[in-house]
Design a protein around this ligand. Structure first.
Ligand code: OAD
Length: 228
C-alpha cells in the first residue's frame, strides 16, 4: 500500500498568524531557548515558562487552520493509501482542520504531571504548581518536549519512515534533530522525497523535489497533484 509520511513545522502555521521560531523576528529572537524551552529553565523560573506557554496556548486557541492544513486533511481523507502527518507543531491546527497528526513535540492543549507522567487537557491558563488531578503532586507542566528531552512516539515514526513510499517536509528549517534526520531515514528506505518551503533550508540537498513558496499556495497544489 502507498504510504506518505509528511513532517510539518512552524512554517505551515505561519499564515494562520502563529510566528515561527527561526525566521526573522521569530520566537527564538524574542526569548532565550535556555530560559523557556529546557527543563533547567523550568526548574529555575517556572512562572516565566508557564506564562510563555500560556501566551502561545491562547494564540493557538484563537488561530484557525489555513489552506495548507485543510489540504493535508483532505489528503488524509481522499488519498488511495495511508497519509501519516508527523508534526513538530504544538498548536493543534491539523486537528482543527479535520486531520490527525502524531505530535512529536507535545501539544499546548495538554498538561503533563512532572511527578507521575499523567496527562490531562490543559486549562487555557496554567499556573506554576498546579496540582496533578491523578497523583495530587503540585507538578503540572506544559506537555511540550523541551530541548534535552526525547521527542514522543519515536518508535512509531521510525516504523512509518521505514515503509513509506513518499516522505515530505513542509515549513520546517531542518535545524532540530531528530526531525531533521527523517529525510535521510526515508531516503535509505527508498522513499521519494519532497520539500515544501518558502525558501531552501539547511537540508534541502537531501530532497529530490522542491516546491518553493507560501504553504497556503504550494501545499494545496501539491495535494491536488497527488489526488489526480
Ligand atoms: P523554524 O522556525 O525553525 O523554521 C520555520 C520554517 O518554515 C523555515 O524553514 C521557513 O522558511 C519556513 N516558512 C516560514 N513561513 C512559511 C510559509 N508561509 N510557508 C512555507 N514555509 C514557511 O520552525 P521548525 O522547523 O518547525 O521545538 O522548528 C522545529 C522546532 O524548533 C520546533 O518544533 C520547536 C523549535 O525549537 C520545540 O519547541 C521543542
Amino acid at each position: 500500500m502507498n504510504k506518505i509520511v509528511i513532517l510539518t513545522g512552524a512554517g505551515l502555521s505561519a499564515e494562520s498568524g502563529l510566528g515561527t521560531f527561526r525566521d526573522e523576528g521569530g520566537l527564538w529572537a524574542q526569548h532565550r531557548i535556555e530560559d523557556v524551552a529546557t527543563p533547567e529553565g523550568f526548574a529555575r523560573d517556572p512562572e516565566l515558562v508557564v506564562n510563555f506557554y500560556n501566551a502561545r496556548r491562547s494564540q493557538a486557541h484563537e488561530a484557525t487552520p489555513n489552506a495548507a492544513h485543510h489540504a493535508l486533511a483532505r489528503l488524509q481523507k481522499d488519498y488511495d493509501g495511508e497519509v501519516i502527518l508527523v508534526t513538530q507543531n504544538v498548536d493543534g491546527l491539523h486537528e482543527k482542520a479535520g486531520g490527525s497528526a502524531i505530535h512529536m513535540h507535545g501539544e499546548l492543549a495538554s498538561a503533563l504531571c512532572g511527578a507521575c507522567d499523567h496527562r490531562w487537557p490543559a486549562p487555557l491558563e496554567m499556573a506554576p504548581g498546579d496540582p496533578c488531578p491523578s497523583c495530587g503532586a503540585p507538578a503540572a507542566r506544559p506537555d511540550i518536549v523541551w530541548f534535552g528531552e526525547v521527542p514522543y512516539h519515536m518508535e512509531d515514526i521510525a516504523a512509518h519512515l521505514f515503509d513509506c513510499t513518499i516522505f515530505a517536509a513542509i515549513g520546517t528549517s531542518g535545524q532540530v534533530y531528530p526531525a531533521a534526520g527523517f529525510v535521510q531515514e526515508a531516503l535509505m528506505n527508498g522513499a521519494e522525497t519532497v520539500e515544501l518551503n518558502l525558501k531552501s533550508t539547511d537540508i534541502s540537498g537531501a530532497f529530490a523535489q522542491h516546491h518553493i513558496g507560501p504553504a497556503s499556495e504550494i501545499v494545496p497544489a501539491w495535494v491536488e497533484s497527488l489526488l489526480t
